[in-house]
Ligand binder design. Structure first.
Ligand SMILES: CC(C)(COP(=O)(O)OP(=O)(O)OC[C@H]1O[C@@H](n2cnc3c(N)ncnc32)[C@H](O)[C@@H]1OP(=O)(O)O)[C@@H](O)C(=O)NCCC(=O)NCCS
Length: 119
């Protein structure tokens, strides 16, 4: 079930200048800039994990990226985050690749079209 204009979505749009997809179990916030769709935050409710919600959000983002002529989707995994290992495992299964690393942050990316590599 897709949600309507929640208070959180209003906050993200007006205060963070970002967009959001959300349903009752998951959400993702993102921005589009310079031909790149940047995933800012993605969260799936603990009880709902491993049911394809993350994959579904990424598939929807791929469509949005294509509609906006983006060539790349990127995201950051922060190694200090307690969920970093789970996030990395899910990201690789969904088709993200390792891009660059900077101190405690790993940039992951997914090609939207063509055979572009990051960096
Ligand atoms: C990471 C997260 C988004 C995955 O969401 P999810 O809805 O459970 O993922 P999906 O069900 O869509 O799974 C996608 C793929 O990843 C795999 N996967 C998901 N979680 C996994 C885990 N903990 N370990 C190994 N593989 C995992 C699934 O098996 C699936 O692969 P498959 O299709 O080949 O079977 C979710 O666990 C989450 O919100 N975690 C908290 C967020 C967080 O801590 N982020 C830290 C940012 S650094």
């Amino acid at each position: 079930m897709k949600l309507g204009d929640t208070l959180y979505s209003k906050y993200i749009k007006s205060r963070e200048n970002a967009d959001i997809l959300e349903d009752e179990h998951s959400f993702v916030t993102y921005k589009i800039s310079n031909g790149e769709l940047i995933v800012l935050n993605l969260f799936v409710d603990k009880e709902a994990r491993k049911n394809g919600f993350c994959r579904s959000l990424i598939v929807q983002l791929e469509d949005i990226a294509r509609e906006n002529s983006c060539k790349l989707m990127t995201g950051n995994i922060h190694l200090i985050d307690p969920g970093a290992n789970e996030t990395m495992q899910a990201a690789l299964k969904i088709g993200f690749k390792l891009g660059t690393a900077n101190q405690n942050t790993i940039l992951i990316y997914k090609n939207i079209s063509g055979d572009l590599s990051y960096g």
